[in-house]
Design a protein around this ligand. Structure first.
Ligand SMILES: Cc1cc2nc3c(=O)[nH]c(=O)nc-3n(C[C@H](O)[C@H](O)[C@H](O)COP(=O)(O)O)c2cc1C
Length: 196
């Protein structure tokens, strides 16, 4: 029988005082209740990479930078990704784009979905992220909007006060687990993905 898929919950902002910890912790707690997949938080703060400065493109050779290598190994070890992302100037945070620039085959043939937060629930950033990843981007996403963010940041509310978001999270988790399982099975004879 196939092993349970490993799903990474990627924290995509790194600034001090970031909001990212709140939605990530909330999602991780819901995900942990499941017994059909293993979930792991992958925090970009743990992978402080310089702006991309590799001499050789990554389709030719792996990165020389040790942190980037470690980041790539972590992403390669996962079967699917949930990017928890803010929207910075109508797109994805630069630190996330830089981290993605250091990847090549590690996310190949794997599914990705998104939990966004911001004025429009980071819808614009998520749209860009789907194009950037050029992966199996799923339709089931979660958006924490202005109302919820203001409630939490200014009125001391918590995620528990927005229970409708739990339903979106569960639907998103159902989908990413299904896709991760399905693609993991199909990747098992895939030399490109296995070497990644
Ligand atoms: C550089 C920067 C650009 C931002 N641009 C947007 C934006 O385009 N759309 C939006 O909804 N919020 C924007 N915001 C507000 C963020 O949604 C809000 O600050 C959020 O908490 C950022 O995520 P973080 O706390 O995890 O860094 C921006 C914030 C920063 C710091």
């Amino acid at each position: 029988m196939q092993k349970r898929p490993k799903i990474g919950i990627i924290m995509s902002t790194t600034r001090p005082g970031r909001f990212a910890d709140i939605p990530t912790g909330w999602l991780f707690n819901i995900a942990k209740e499941r017994n059909d997949a293993d979930f792991e938080i992958v925090d970009l703060r743990d992978y402080p990479m310089p702006f991309f400065e590799e001499k050789v493109p990554l389709h030719v050779a792996p990165p020389q930078n040790e942190v980037a290598l470690r980041w790539g190994e972590k992403m390669a070890s996962l079967d699917g990704f949930i990017f928890v992302t803010a929207e910075y100037n109508h797109s994805i945070p630069a630190v996330l784009k830089n981290a993605l620039d250091y990847l090549y085959s590690e996310i190949h043939r794997k599914p990705a979905t998104f939990l966004g937060y911001g004025g429009t629930g980071a819808a614009r950033a998520i749209g860009h992220l789907g194009e950037i990843l050029a992966a199996a981007s799923l339709k089931q996403t979660v958006h924490i909007g202005m109302v919820e963010m203001i409630g939490m940041l200014r009125e001391g509310k918590t995620m528990a006060e927005y229970p409708y978001l739990d339903d979106f999270a569960k639907r998103m988790l159902d989908e990413i687990v299904w896709w991760a399982n399905t693609l993991k099975e199909d990747r098992s004879g895939d030399e490109v993905a296995e070497a990644a």
